[in-house]
Design a protein around this ligand. Structure first.
Ligand code: ZN
Length: 234
């Protein structure tokens, strides 16, 4: 597999199915998975990509599901209802189907095998025989997550939203410098528009009553804090 062999989940999540450009990494990944698992053709990759991206983002953000609104009754009933709601979440169902239900003959495996003297150390789950390539991809992201190695983040630039590995710089929130520059340009433009409007209204309110002006200024102040809050940190 081209580049970092640990990145098939990123290659799949970031592939642009609408683009005519050649994506060598994606093609290589598909070829590898088709040769090692039962091929399901391109359609499966295309139809499941959105849910896979949702799963990836959710796992990377700590795998939390809010179910408070659904709960009533005793504490035990609440617990049952919470877990029930959790297990019917589309992301859980998707990951469970592909990582565990599809493959047959899964089991336990040693975590590590050492030689001289031969010794098996630790314990790991072994996936069974996969039915389709997504079984392998879902298993891959689950095991990375369980090992604490799913170090991915979605690019903060709204027009990009590519996933990237932040291991080299934990503070990174953009996949590349170009995205940071474009996003910050957008923020600077928003600030410029805000300042222009602020000056215009201030001129008007100075001329009119102070009371009326205050309500306008309050609105602008809350708008300013919003612009500030939306501005990227990095
Ligand atoms: Zn980006």
């Amino acid at each position: 597999m081209g580049g970092d062999p640990e990145d098939p989940h990123l290659v799949y999540a970031n592939h642009d199915f609408g683009s005519q450009d050649k994506d060598a990494q994606f093609e290589e990944m598909v070829e590898y998975l088709d040769n090692n698992y039962i091929s399901s053709g391109q359609e499966l990759y295309r139809s499941e990509q959105d849910l896979f991206r949702q799963c990836l983002e959710w796992l990377a953000a700590g795998a939390s599901i809010e179910v408070d609104d659904l709960i009533s009754g005793t504490r035990d009933e609440q617990l049952t209802e919470a877990v029930g709601a959790w297990s019917s979440d589309p992301r859980i169902r998707f990951l469970e189907l592909h990582a565990l239900k599809h493959p047959s003959g899964g089991g336990l495996a040693p975590g590590l095998v050492r030689s001289k003297p031969w010794r098996c150390l630790g314990l790991a789950f072994k996936q069974g025989v996969a039915k389709d390539p997504l079984d392998m991809l879902c298993w891959h992201i689950i095991t990375l997550y369980l090992d604490g190695r799913l170090t991915v983040r979605k690019c903060r630039y709204a027009k990009c939203q590519k996933f990237f590995d932040y291991r080299r710089n934990i503070r990174r929130v953009y996949c590349q410098d170009k995205c940071r520059a474009r996003d910050q340009m957008k923020s600077r433009e928003a600030m410029r528009l805000y300042m222009r409007e602020y000056r215009r209204i201030k001129r008007t309110t100075n001329a009119k009553s102070q009371k009326r002006g205050e309500s306008w200024l309050k609105k602008l102040q809350s708008m300013a804090s919003r612009v500030h809050r939306d501005s990227p940190r990095n």
